[in-house]
Design a protein around this ligand. Sequence first.
Ligand SMILES: NC(=O)c1ccc[n+]([C@@H]2O[C@H](COP(=O)([O-])OP(=O)(O)OC[C@H]3O[C@@H](n4cnc5c(N)ncnc54)[C@H](OP(=O)(O)O)[C@@H]3O)[C@@H](O)[C@H]2O)c1
Length: 543
Amino acid sequence: LLDSKEAAMVKKSKKDMIIVKISRVISAPKWKILRLLTKVEEFHEYMPSVKEAVIIKKRKRRFWTRWHIQVDNVPIHWVEEDVFKFPRPEISFKAVEGDLQEFSGNWRLHDHPEGTLVEVTVKMVVGIPAIKHFAEQYIKGIIEKNFTGMLESIESRLISLRYAGLKKGDKQKVAGFGVLGHFYNYNHMMRSMKQLNKHFKPPSREFIHKLLEVTPSFKIYDMQTFKSKAGVTTNGRFILCTFIPDMVNFNTQAVYSKVVRACKVAEKYGVGIVTLGGFSSVAGERYGHQIAKEVDIPITTGNTYTAVLAVDGIAQAAKDLSVKLKDAKVAIIGGTGDIGSACARALAEKVRWVTITGRTKSNLRRLRGELRRRHKAVIEATTDNKKAVIDADIIIACASVSSSILDINWFKPGAIICDVAYPKNVSYMDTSRKDILVFSGGLSSAPAKIETGMDMGLPSQKVTYGCFSEVIILALERRYENFSSGRGAITLDKMNEIRRLGTKHGFGVAPFYWGDKLITKARLEHIKKDARIAKQKANKAKK
Ligand SMILES: NC(=O)c1ccc[n+]([C@@H]2O[C@H](COP(=O)([O-])OP(=O)(O)OC[C@H]3O[C@@H](n4cnc5c(N)ncnc54)[C@H](OP(=O)(O)O)[C@@H]3O)[C@@H](O)[C@H]2O)c1
């Protein structure tokens, strides 16, 4: 029983009590988190706010620990008594001395479908007269920051340990693939949002752009099982990088941070390997190999298989339109890029003439030199896209640009144009030419449906991007490695290897599509006929 003086003090302290509650779902079992929480003396190594945490006494399930934390340059010291309670599990703590008048709380761990829900509750009384009103709110903020930071650090620590195990060859702790995707323009973003809510009324562009800019990348969809033709299964996570390609040009650093964050989201789920889809690879690669230093998860750009699909796609198209590949003149727009240079290396073995284009003259000169030394085809390089395509039989368009750069009227009758780029190098809008074949290159057919949780701009669920296919193939093979990495490093050996693995699992060149329209065999026959007529007309006009 309390005497009246003590009871009054308890009542006053309850009135001044500040309560902070923080929680986080950590993708790890309870016992792993508990094991970290008991290693108090290691906290200062990976928790930035913890300057000192030492065990000063132990007795059965009771510990006495001394703490020194520092947030925003404010140091707080205390000694607490901790009690471990099983089987819940729970750790309760209560300061027995220190800077705060009262300081107690608990850590509780609960099962969660994605791992463990960790809840921290802190109760405290700051109790400093005169500056009480300011100090209470200020210290509340500091305690919130400290415990939020501790939870983040625990999660990062568990992730680092998991991927450190992978680097040593332990593939048991990770699984599946991750795909980083993004909206490919404003209209695509609006369409996707309307799909989620058909009553959605688009606000101003300015507003939605700003909102997208500040929204962190997040997981949008879980693919539970993907089964290949060879009967092997894997699973996947689709992560939305919250940018549109325009942003890469005026704020590359922000886009890059979104790509890093998206990789970290994949790490949180213990994904084995991720691909940087579309422009996320352009943003990632713009910083060279830096991204590999910032994240632990193996990354592949998907560009090797995309290049395979482009090269195999034009071989298929040439066959369909009776164009002899060995006599063909090929133009590769964006030929100095990662995909473009891989296509150039592969085609310089097979065709009569290759022209590469790009914006940077020194890159053009370097690649032209390499190709001329190694291959038998005539090799040309230019910054003039029109000059390159005007008399080309086959065009692979893979320039990273945010709007179309190739005019449909530049192509000669019967030309085959494989547009690998996103956004497209040839505008979808202009369909006036009936005598040429324009199709979306770098697309693959898949052995099973691929659901992504949002409109990925694909014509069918069994058709997917080369970069998605590459990461799925690697996950099926449990090849958790930086398969396609860097820029301009894709070799013919690697292309052959991923082509072989793709075939084994049931991937291959997709039927030809332009936008969401399938180009039928009958349409190919019409193109052949119209090209013949157009060529005859042109020849007559010349005479
Ligand atoms: N279909 C798929 O599944 C798939 C998969 C991955 C990527 N992609 C797409 O493929 C494209 C290329 O990707 P990447 O990784 O190879 O890109 P990359 O390495 O950045 O190369 C881009 C190339 O485009 C050139 N370029 C830029 N502007 C140009 C212009 N106005 N005229 C001519 N060339 C220009 C660049 O030349 P400079 O270096 O001189 O500027 C460079 O050669 C991107 O659009 C990407 O979204 C598609």
